[in-house]
Design a protein around this ligand. Structure first.
Ligand code: DI6
Ligand code: FE
Length: 405
């Protein structure tokens, strides 16, 4: 047999199986035609094994390429001034009700040209890639009318093509009520369900459908309508749930066999039970918890006790989580939420893959996509332990090494 690439002398954190981190010391991993062709202890390599490229990693750590399963990184402008306002005592809800918050980013996104949006957003995706991210979810939700939502999703796809990573796009039409529909909520929900979602799905721009279930967002009844429409179109759903208050959103998304419920600081026991029953992933977003100086913790012990898989993501957005490192999100999940480093790293690999409905990645195993991150450290816990810095040595996406320009 001849492989394309064979990496030798690696510490492999496979996240496959029950061993801590799925660790294989002194391991080898072979790539062929975009997939992992062999993985195991180097001593067990078949004697007839050959490869076009053989690389000695000298004991470096290899993990699956990291997966950021929740971002809003395509947007115009920034909201640094709101950071000031919040530090002076204004709450996120106060700012939103005064016409700032999401509405201000909607203005800046609508007026930016498509090229300008790409130019502003690309460096953010590049920063995530520089920290090991090879699969990235990007949501719409700052356009709130068909053409601008479309441009956001197109820019998201262009980011993937331009960087050579896999971008998954989520339609978040029910993110905020646009000013044009003040006092006409139902008309906006109609527009989302009857016009925007079908048109964008038809164009192949929608991998999943999300909504913001909150006092300052949308009600369960409104969200149910868009979930019904998504179901009719065969699209999976997920939800921003219980971020600022308990709206019983987790139970709603679980009822639709949702991929994930995200945030969850105010999640109830009933919500946890519903998620456990439906196999819905809990996506933890410690960047938003940190930036909002939230004090209420998501119910980590209860999620763990009920076997709900926990993913960790950046929530990269201009308001509540201007966070450009998934590794830092994992570190915060340990320090702020008390995940173990192994849980946090499973949260940015195998469980994040599940949150995106991607069965072909997230672990190092034969037959999975050859998406790998090679690090300048030797032990997996170091990825959560070092705060900042650049620890990435190389990434492979679909078996090809990427330039980390
Ligand atoms: N929850 C969040 O944390 C982001 N969206 C959401 O529904 C915040 C988006 C923003 O403030 O721009
Ligand atoms: Fe979000």
């Amino acid at each position: 047999m001849t492989w394309d690439t064979l990496l030798l002398n690696a510490e492999l954190a496979t996240f496959d199986g029950d061993a801590p981190y799925g660790l294989i010391g002194h391991g080898a991993i072979a790539l062929k035609e975009g997939l992992i062709a062999w993985v195991g202890a180097q001593a067990d390599l078949p004697p007839q094994a050959r490869a076009e490229h053989v690389v000695d990693l000298e004991g470096a750590l290899v993990t699956p390429g990291l997966i950021d399963c929740h971002t809003h990184l395509v947007f115009g402008g920034d909201r640094a001034h709101e950071f000031d306002l919040r530090l002076n005592g204004a709450s996120y809800e106060d700012i939103a009700r005064a016409g700032g918050g999401i509405a201000s980013t909607v203005g800046a996104t609508r007026t930016a040209s498509t090229d300008a949006l790409l130019e502003q957003s690309l460096p953010r995706a590049r920063a995530l890639l520089a920290d090991g991210v090879t699969t990235l979810e990007i949501k719409s939700g700052y356009g709130l009318e068909l053409d601008s939502e479309r441009r956001m999703l197109e820019v998201a796809r262009r980011i993937g093509l331009s960087l050579g990573i896999d971008v998954r796009t989520t339609f978040l039409g029910l993110h905020a009520l646009p000013a044009s529909h003040k006092d006409r909520r139902d008309a906006y929900v109609d527009e989302v369900c009857e016009r925007m979602l079908p048109a964008l799905a038809e164009q192949g721009l929608v991998d999943a459908v999300d909504a913001f279930c909150e006092n300052i967002g949308f009600t369960r009844e409104e969200i149910r309508r868009v979930f019904e429409r998504a179901r009719g179109l065969g699209l999976p759903v997920k939800l921003h749930a219980e971020q600022l208050s308990d709206q019983e959103g987790a139970a709603l998304v679980a009822e639709y066999s949702g991929l994930s419920a995200d945030h969850l600081e105010y999640l109830s026991d009933a919500g946890i039970a519903a998620m456990a029953g439906a196999g819905t992933v809990a996506v933890l977003l410690p960047g938003a918890f940190y930036a909002l100086r939230e004090t209420r913790l998501p119910p980590i012990d209860a999620l763990r006790a009920n076997g709900v898989p926990m993913a960790v993501a950046t929530d990269c957005n201009p308001g509540t989580s201007p966070l450009l490192s998934l590794r830092l999100a994992a570190s915060m999940a340990c320090t702020l939420f008390r995940l173990t480093p192994e849980e946090a790293l499973r949260g940015v690999t195998v469980h994040a893959a599940r949150a995106l409905n991607l069965a072909d990645r997230g672990i190092l195993a034969t037959g999975k996509r050859a998406d790998l991150a090679v690090w300048n450290v030797r032990r997996p816990a170091e990825l959560c332990y070092w705060i900042g810095g650049s620890l990435l040595s190389n990434v492979y996406v679909g078996g090809e090494m990427l330039e980390l320009g």
